[in-house]
Ligand binder design. Structure first.
Ligand SMILES: NC(=O)c1ccc[n+]([C@@H]2O[C@H](COP(=O)([O-])OP(=O)(O)OC[C@H]3O[C@@H](n4cnc5c(N)ncnc54)[C@H](O)[C@@H]3O)[C@@H](O)[C@H]2O)c1
Length: 253
């Protein structure tokens, strides 16, 4: 069994791979020797990540799919297995942030956040598990410090990420007799497009949205990607149902 991070010969599906953390995760997995199926709703952003993976000498399957559609979640797994013959790791990185006062929160925003952040990881996992039950595999769910902190004006986001964390633990127990590892990563703030979606709160009450960030600043995206890749790799064989916090101290501050 490998003791160091090594993904040679491994196949990983990374969602949100057109974005900051998903893109960095796909590249990190390729650096470790893996082939990658990259999924994003933005075909253009996806193509840029896929090109970087190929430039490193690894295979990249582009999956321009929308995770709000459960059928497309299942298709993502099917197409990955059809292309590579297997799936060793599923990294659920895609996410959306919508915020604002709960009483004014649009139903469409609630639905979007729940579908992308909570439901898609479940339906992707459901489709991936039959391919991992015998040979083993890893599922890594990217939640957030928002899974632990009750943050005013982030009701849908906090609920979706707390739900994803508990989904991770529940499924880790359910599949504990199989060789599938199911874990989570909770990043703190990262300088990505998603972080900019928090701006509507700044017109609201600062006593309610409270302290954001900490004196150490934001996380380096590649550091978080490293943790996702570690949990996706066989090197994390002793870790099950855990949540690795990479947040520059945001939760403890
Ligand atoms: N940026 C932060 O401060 C921060 C903090 C904690 C956790 N996170 C989490 O990290 C993860 C990655 O976010 P990021 O910061 O890289 O943001 P990002 O906006 O750079 O990337 C998110 C990606 O998800 C994709 N996506 C959104 N909706 C989709 C859909 N319906 N179907 C397919 N793809 C879709 C987007 O197109 C985008 O490329 C998310 O789960 C986010 O909640 C981010």
């Amino acid at each position: 069994m490998p003791t160091m991070q090594d993904m040679t010969g491994q196949v990983a599906l990374v969602t949100g791979a057109g974005g900051g953390l998903g893109g960095a995760t796909a590249i990190r997995i390729a650096e470790l020797g893996g082939d990658v199926a990259v999924l994003d709703v933005s075909a253009e952003a996806l193509a840029a990540t896929a090109e970087k993976v190929r430039a490193m000498g690894h295979k990249a399957l582009e999956l321009p799919l929308n995770l709000t559609d459960r059928t497309q979640c299942a298709q993502a797994i099917e197409r990955t297995v059809a292309e590579f013959g297997k799936i060793d790791a599923l990294c659920n990185v895609a996410g959306v942030l919508r915020c604002g006062a709960s009483e004014d929160f649009a139903e469409a925003d609630w639905d979007l956040v729940m579908k992308v952040n909570l439901e898609a990881p479940f339906f992707l996992s459901r489709a991936a598990i039959p391919h991992m039950k015998e040979k083993g595999g890893a599922i890594v769910n990217v939640c957030s410090t928002a899974a632990f902190k009750a943050q005013g004006y982030f009701s849908a986001y906090c609920a979706s990420k707390a739900g994803l964390l508990h989904l991770t633990k529940t499924m880790a127990v359910e599949y504990i007799k199989t060789p599938i590892r199911i874990n989570a990563v909770a990043p703190g703030g990262m300088d990505t497009v998603l972080a900019g979606e928090a701006s509507p709160i700044f017109g609201l009450d600062p006593d309610i949205y409270g302290r954001l960030g900490n004196p150490r600043g934001m996380c380096v995206i590649e550091d978080v990607a490293d943790m996702v890749a570690y949990l996706a790799s066989p090197a994390s064989r002793s870790i099950q149902g855990a949540c690795m916090v990479v947040d520059t101290g945001e939760i403890v501050y």
